[in-house]
Design a protein. Structure first.
Length: 482
């Protein structure tokens, strides 16, 4: 036998790793993908549930290895140029004023195992306090140019990596987690199974979802069994995306913002300057009636933006304030109704993959915030081992334009721009079928998602269609580690 290892529990708790997420993590929550029924016998009732064969007890800590293997096929009616995750903001038009487009009339089909996860969780205690460490990774990281030609060597990517200290009714978390702005299913928990980011196979989730996986610090208090309040300080990033037209004088200072093209990112030659961390306050209510669980949460997001004009030695600041209100209701057992609402005034960065800017830049380098709103609505129904879901989501953005010193248009939504969207809509229906689930050998699921997308710019060139449309079909086979 191997000798027992005795390591400090605090070290083991921080030395976290990968916990299953998405459907695997959500299958352990109120949004659960159905598990195989158990035989109703006296022997089963008296027996202790078997632990995972991948659970390890080391010293005073428990380690749980997990994850899943995904094999995904995606079929799109137009060639978006994306991988598994869909770029909701810029899928191509079928035609322009000058005639049909190549990408808009070429379909695409691809297979990938990139969404597979490797996971580990570590838990321990220090006195009366609970410690938890958590990391999660997939294979959607940056890859070589010949990825799909030969080796398919997908890059490992850190998704989550945080440590949590819980003493009584108070929690403290540090590390990279899902942003607190993400709608919850249960309390203000950072665990993937307690969050709503849809049941979609698409790795960019449902369009219109406010989300991010960002570094930060989080403080949470459990006031009662049904009321939770939290405050988060998260990594800031003043974002304009690629659809904003800047003043000509700003061209040499564009590194002051993140345009989504690589410049301005951490690690680039010109990382984006930021005034102060994003601040998020959130409160959640989780009343229960019998076995039914209802959830309501509301959040406020405060962000600070700043630009500097070296020609005039002038600084300009703005404060963005956004709000969200979300509910997950359970009117009857195994039926959930989801509604999310995000009201953004300078919070476009969190409407990920829709390219909604936080602000535009005026000719004097002053800032003007961009307003937007998004929502997701739909049911999730579990019938035996089948999860059925459907969502309608939409994002609406206000036009914000002005004139440069030479009287040309600048801002978001200039005349003739097909990249600045006024609205984007998505309709999704999907199914997750659990074939089997066993604590000793794991489980197997088959998933299907169909989505219809439409984006409508503020204006398009004369003779061009008013909307770009996209149909997508995802098919996924998932093996869940025990």
């Amino acid at each position: 036998m191997l000798p027992a290892l005795r390591l400090p529990s605090s070290v083991l708790a921080v030395c976290v790793a990968f916990l299953p997420s998405m459907a695997w993590a959500q299958s352990n929550s109120s949004s659960s993908t159905p598990s195989a029924p158990k035989a109703d016998t006296a022997k089963d009732a008296q027996s202790t549930p078997p632990s995972s064969p991948l659970a390890i007890h080391v010293g005073d800590s428990d380690l749980l290895i997990g994850g899943f293997m995904d094999m995904t096929g995606v079929f799109r009616s137009t060639n978006t140029g994306n991988g598994l995750g869909t770029n909701f903001s810029n899928f191509p038009f079928a035609a322009t004023a000058s005639g049909p487009t190549q990408t808009g009339n070429m379909s695409e089909a691809r297979f990938s195992a990139q969404n597979s996860r490797i996971t580990l969780q570590a838990t321990s205690k220090v006195g009366t306090a609970n410690l938890k460490g958590y990391i999660e990774a997939d294979f959607l990281g940056n890859t070589a140019q010949n990825l799909n030609v030969t080796s398919n060597s997908n890059g490992l990517r850190m998704r989550l990596y945080w440590a949590q200290y819980q003493q009584g009714k108070f929690e403290f978390l540090a590390g990279q987690s899902w942003s607190m702005i993400v709608p919850n299913r249960n309390g203000i928990s950072p665990a993937p199974g307690d969050l709503f980011y849809s049941q979609d196979v698409d790795t960019n989730y449902q369009m219109g979802l406010p989300w991010g996986r960002v570094p930060g610090f989080r403080f949470v208090a459990h006031a009662t069994n049904t009321v939770t309040a939290g405050l988060a300080l998260e990594n800031p990033e003043q974002y304009t995306g690629g659809a904003v037209v800047f003043p000509k004088a700003f061209a040499g200072n564009v590194s002051e913002v993140n345009t989504g093209s690589g410049s301005g990112n951490i690690g680039s030659s010109s990382p984006t300057p930021n005034a102060y961390p994003d601040v998020i306050g959130k409160i959640a209510f989780d009343p229960k009636t019998g076995s039914l669980h209802q959830h309501l949460d509301a959040a406020v997001l405060i962000r600070g933006f700043k630009t500097y004009n070296p020609a005039t030695d002038a600084s300009f600041s703005q404060t963005g304030v956004s709000e969200s209100v979300n509910v997950v209701l359970e009117p009857m057992k195994n039926v959930r109704v989801v509604a999310t609402n995000f009201f953004s005034n300078g919070g476009g960065r969190y409407l990920a993959n829709t390219a909604v800017p936080d602000f535009i830049v005026n000719p004097n380098f002053g800032l003007s915030l961009v307003k937007a709103w998004s929502g997701i609505y739909g049911p999730e129904v579990t019938v035996h081992n089948t999860l059925l879901y459907g969502y309608y989501s939409l994002t609406r953005v206000d036009q914000n334009v002005g004139l440069d010193t030479d009287l040309t248009q600048i801002g978001y939504g200039v005349d003739g721009s097909t990249s600045a969207n006024h609205k984007v809509d998505e309709i999704t229906v999907g199914l997750t079928q659990t074939l089997f689930r066993d604590p000793k050998i794991g489980g197997m699921q088959v998933m299907v998602q169909y989505s219809n997308l439409k984006r409508t710019p503020f204006s398009v060139p004369a003779g061009a269609p008013a909307d770009a449309k996209l149909n997508m079909l995802y098919f996924n086979v998932r093996y869940l580690l025990p």
